[in-house]
Design a protein around this ligand. Structure first.
Ligand code: GTP
Ligand code: MG
Length: 355
C-alpha cells in the first residue's frame, strides 16, 4: 500500500475497530469498511434536511463503540497514567450521546421541511420526477443523458439546493429530475433508516422512473423488481412507476423479447433504453409526459375572508397564481395539477361566479 501511495483502503468485508486500527497502522493511510463507505455516499447524497439528520444519526451511532475501542487502544499504547484520558473518553462519549439526542429531537420536526420543498417546486410549476433502482442500473448515466444542461445554468437555485436535481426539458412541461442513491443488497439494519431517508426525494415525486439493468439474468431482474416495489409501495400512494429497461445495447432483439416474456408482468409501463448510447431517450420523454399529472388553468374567485385567504395560501403552495385581485371577492387566475383544480371546484366557494 505504501508503495502504491494509496490515500485510502476500502475493505469489502466488515472490519472490527481493532482491525481498522491495526491495518491503518500498517498501511499508513485511512482504512474503512464497506459500510463506512456507504455512509459516506449517503452523506453526500442526502438532500432533504431529514435525510441529512438520519445519515448523521447513523454515523454517530456507529461512532460510539468505535470511539470507545480506539480510546482504550490508545490508552494501552500510552500505558495508564496518562492524565485525563479517562475523562476524555467519557467526555467524547457523552458528547456523541448529546448530539444523538439532539438529532432525534430535530428529526421530529424535519418532516415539515420536506413538504415545503415539494410545495416550493410545485409552486414554480415543476412536476417532480425521480430516478430509482438498484446500484449500477445506470441511473446516473441516464440522468446525464436526458437532463437539459443549458437549463441547468438558468436554474442555479435548484442546482445549489439539490446537486442531483436538474431541469428536464419535456417540450413545454416543466419537470425536475432527481437522481437517487441506488438500492443495495443486504443493507445492515443500522443503515436502513439512513438509506430510506435518502429516498425521500422519491416519495416527494409525481412520477418514478425505476431503472433496471436489462443485461442481468431474468431471475436477478425479477428479484430486484420485487424488492424495489416492496420498498417503494410502502410509502407511495398512486404515484405512477415507469420501468426503464436500460442497457439494451447489450441484448439482441430476440433476447429482449424473451426477457420481456419472463419479467413483463412485473414491469409496469416498460420503456427500452440505452443511457450510454442514448437510445430511446425521446420515447422515454414521451412516456414521462404521458404519466405526469396534468396541469390546467382555472379562473375563479374566493370570498375575501379569513377562509378565502387560507385557501389562497394553499393555492400558492400547490401551483402558479398568475393573477390575483382583491375586491369584494378575491379573483384569481390559476394553474395547477388537475387534482388540485378539482379540489378547488369541490370547495363550492361560489358556484355562480366560477368559469
Ligand atoms: N452497456 C451499457 N452500460 C451502461 C449503460 N448505462 C450505464 N451503463 C454502465 O453501467 C455502470 C453503472 O452506471 P451508473 O449510471 O453509475 O449506475 P447507477 O444506477 O447510477 O449506480 P449507483 O449510483 O451506484 O446507484 C457504468 O459503468 C455505466 O457506464 C447502457 O445503456 N449500456
Ligand atoms: Mg448513480
Amino acid at each position: 500500500m505504501r508503495q502504491k501511495r494509496a490515500g485510502k483502503v476500502i475493505f469489502y468485508n466488515r472490519l472490527s475497530t481493532i482491525q481498522l486500527f491495526n491495518i491503518s497502522e500498517i498501511c499508513g493511510c485511512q482504512v474503512m469498511d464497506k459500510f463506512q463507505l456507504i455512509l459516506e455516499i449517503f452523506a453526500k447524497r442526502a438532500t432533504t434536511r431529514r435525510s441529512k439528520l438520519q445519515v448523521e444519526l447513523a454515523r454517530l451511532k456507529y461512532e460510539i463503540p468505535r470511539a470507545r475501542a480506539i480510546v482504550s487502544l490508545v490508552k494501552k499504547e500510552e500505558r495508564a497514567g496518562f492524565m485525563g484520558l479517562g475523562d476524555y473518553e467519557d467526555a467524547y462519549e457523552q458528547d456523541l450521546k448529546k448530539r444523538i439526542a439532539r438529532i432525534e429531537d430535530e428529526l421530529e420536526s424535519a418532516g415539515k421541511d420536506d413538504e415545503s420543498l415539494r410545495a416550493f417546486r410545485h409552486r414554480k410549476g415543476f412536476s417532480l420526477v425521480a430516478l430509482a433502482g438498484y446500484t449500477n442500473a445506470g441511473k446516473s448515466t441516464l440522468f446525464n443523458a436526458i437532463v437539459n444542461e443549458s437549463v441547468e445554468a438558468r436554474n442555479m437555485l435548484f442546482t445549489t439546493l439539490v446537486p442531483t436535481t436538474r431541469a428536464l426539458d419535456l417540450g413545454g412541461r416543466k419537470a425536475l429530475l432527481t437522481d437517487t442513491v441506488g438500492f443495495i443488497e443486504e443493507l445492515p439494519h443500522w443503515l436502513v433508516d439512513a438509506f430510506k431517508s435518502t429516498l425521500d426525494e422519491i416519495f416527494l415525486s409525481d412520477l418514478i422512473l425505476l431503472v433496471v439493468d436489462a443485461g442481468e439474468k431474468p431471475e436477478t431482474i425479477l428479484q430486484k423488481l420485487s424488492t424495489s416495489h416492496d420498498t417503494l409501495w410502502d410509502r407511495i400512494q398512486g404515484v405512477p412507476i415507469i420501468t426503464v429497461l436500460n442497457k439494451i445495447d447489450l441484448l439482441e432483439e430476440a433476447q429482449l423479447e424473451a426477457l420481456m416474456e419472463e419479467i413483463g408482468y412485473m414491469a409496469p409501463n416498460p420503456v427500452f433504453v440505452s443511457a450510454k448510447k442514448k437510445i430511446g431517450m425521446q420515447e422515454l420523454k414521451d412516456e414521462i409526459i404521458k404519466h405526469l399529472p396534468a396541469w390546467s388553468f382555472y379562473s375563479f374567485s374566493l370570498p375575501n375572508s379569513e377562509k378565502g385567504m387560507s385557501v389562497l395560501s394553499w393555492l400558492y403552495d400547490e401551483g402558479i397564481v398568475h393573477r390575483v385581485e382583491y375586491g369584494e371577492r378575491i379573483s384569481v387566475d390559476y394553474e395547477a395539477r388537475e387534482d388540485i383544480i378539482n379540489r378547488i371546484k369541490s370547495l363550492e366557494l361560489n358556484p355562480d361566479e366560477q368559469g
